[in-house]
Structure formats: C-alpha cells, structure tokens
Design a protein around this ligand. Structure first.
Ligand SMILES: [Zn+2]
Length: 169
C-alpha cells in the first residue's frame, strides 16, 4: 500500500513538460495573408475565420498579403475564362483592395464572377478569373484608378471564349 502511494506521488511531482515554450512568439514573421475570395485570414500558421473588424484592423496595422486560401484554391476546379496580367506595375495596398473589393462585389451578384487564382511572377501578377466579365471589369477599374500608370489592352481569344487583359506600367 505504502509503495503504491509513493509511486503515485512520484507521478504527481514529475515536472510538466514545457509544451508551450513557443507561446511567446505571437507576432509571426511572415505577416498576414488575407484570402481574396472569402473571409479567412492566415496568421499563427493557419487559416482562420476572422471578424471583419479585426480584418480591417489587421489591414491598417500589419503587413498584409493577398492570396487564395487552400479551400478556395480547391473549389476552383473550374477552367478560367479570363486573366488579368498586371505587368511592371507595383501593386500597392490600394490596388490589392481595389482588386479584392471589385471581386467581392461582382461575386455577390454572380458566383461565377470570382477570382480563381493569383499568380505572382517575377515581373508580373496574373489574376485568373472564372468569368470573362470579371477580368474585363478588373482591368477597367484598375486602369481607371491608375490612369497615368497603366495601359489597358483587352485581347479576346478563341472566338471570344477567353479574355486576356493586359495592364502595363
Ligand atoms: Zn478563401
């Protein structure tokens, strides 16, 4: 009896493992990523549903990038009908917001009007869209907002089945 009590005590007094050692690094270095298609925000190493007010706060105070979350990437098993190529133009926060807000607005009217993927390349960014209309709308909106900085060219391909929109700085 005595021995069993002793061993219990032993177990109890075993020091706790410092599992939470990393707890302190609240601000991760990579900054935040906001999904262009839904309300998820990537921080603390995972995509999280985030209150819109919190998202606004993050946008104002943190380093933010825009991309698609994994779910939105997956759900886009659809062939794109358009792409906007932003070439030689620095995409600042305002332009990202313009792209995101335009896409959100259009998507709320028609689900097919959505961004499927954003590809960041060396000298350009490609915004692939499910609908041709969204690609042309984005192109025109960006061009209007950055008139002095961008040239707009719209190329209809495959007898109008696909549109390639160029914005050149
Ligand atoms: Zn998403």
């Amino acid at each position: 009896m005595n021995t069993s009590k002793k061993s219990k005590d032993l177990i109890k007094t075993e020091p706790l493992q410092p599992h939470r050692a990393e707890k302190k690094e609240e601000k991760h270095k990579e900054g935040y990523i906001i999904c262009l298609n839904c309300s998820l925000v990537y921080f603390n190493k995972r995509w999280q549903e985030t209150d819109p007010k919190e998202v606004d706060h993050i946008k104002k105070n943190e380093e933010v990038k825009y991309d698609l979350c994994p779910e939105c990437r997956k759900s886009k098993n659809v062939a794109p009908d358009g792409v906007v190529e932003i070439i030689g133009i620095t995409i600042d926060d305002n332009m990202w917001n313009l792209i995101k807000n335009t896409a959100n607005e259009e998507k709320s009217r028609d689900f097919r009007k959505r961004i499927l993927e954003i590809k960041k390349k060396k000298d350009k960014v490609e915004v692939w869209t499910q609908s041709k209309e969204l690609a042309t709308t984005l192109g025109k909106k960006i061009h209007n907002a950055y008139k002095k900085k961008s040239d707009l060219e719209i190329d209809w391909l495959h007898k109008g089945d696909f549109v390639r929109v160029y914005l050149r700085g």
